[in-house]
Design a protein around this ligand. Structure first.
Ligand SMILES: [Zn+2]
Ligand SMILES: [Zn+2]
Length: 209
């Protein structure tokens, strides 16, 4: 079983997800937005061992907690990112465009590719490349639990913005149709901001699609 603990962190209320396999206590963190120490504390309380950071995309509000998380862990772990978002990572996730400073001092060393299957304990999680919001955006899909971590591709009643560097509206729509709308209707969509939704609900109600 996959256990999922959501956090809302940082100045733009980003959803960070702590995931663990309840049997063997292996855990990973998706999009540590801020306050890495709080994420690590939550994992320790449950005796979970954080083994990797998986990033949906390199915007500053999804990577702002990477450095503090690794510092709080006191051991190094892989940082996963699609290579097409490495340039954005090197620009501190565009923080400067918002008048912010972000110094991570670390580089992604687990480079995702589409249809890659990641393992967390007994759970298999598929990487799907979904460019449009950023060139290297990926979502993480676990078919056993019927859950997809969507980052900033799709939200409840909305879709990701495409006016930032590397954004492409048509590409985003294609990514959603090919990689999200093809999932089973009941699939839970856990976005990078705001409340969770389902494929069925977005197909019925999302005016952007
Ligand atoms: Zn974003
Ligand atoms: Zn975001």
């Amino acid at each position: 079983m996959l256990e999922i603990i959501p956090f809302v962190l940082g100045m733009v209320q980003t959803n960070t997800y702590l995931l663990a396999d309840d049997a063997n206590k292996e855990a990973i963190v998706i999009d540590p937005a801020d306050d890495g120490a709080a994420i690590v504390k939550t994992a320790l309380e449950r005796q979970w061992k954080i083994q990797a950071i998986w990033i949906t995309h390199a915007h500053f509000d999804h990577i702002g907690g990477v450095a503090t998380l690794i510092k709080a862990l006191e051991y190094s772990i892989p940082i996963g990112l699609h290579p097409d978002d490495i340039p954005l990572w090197k620009m501190q996730g565009g923080a400067g465009l918002f008048g912010l400073e972000l110094e991570i001092g670390l580089e992604p060393d687990l480079l995702f590719y589409s249809r890659q299957v990641l393992k967390l304990g007994n759970n298999f999680i598929e990487v799907r490349h979904t460019p449009g919001h950023t060139p290297g955006h990926v979502v993480f899909y676990n078919s056993q639990e019927g859950v997809c971590f969507c980052g900033d591709v799709i939200f409840q009643g909305s879709i990701g913005r495409t006016d930032l560097l590397g954004g492409d509206h048509q590409q985003l729509l294609s990514s959603i149709q090919e990689n999200i709308m093809t999932l089973p209707d009941s699939t839970r969509l856990l976005p990078g901001h705001g409340p969770e939704t389902t494929v069925l609900r977005e197909r019925a109600e999302n005016l952007f699609l």
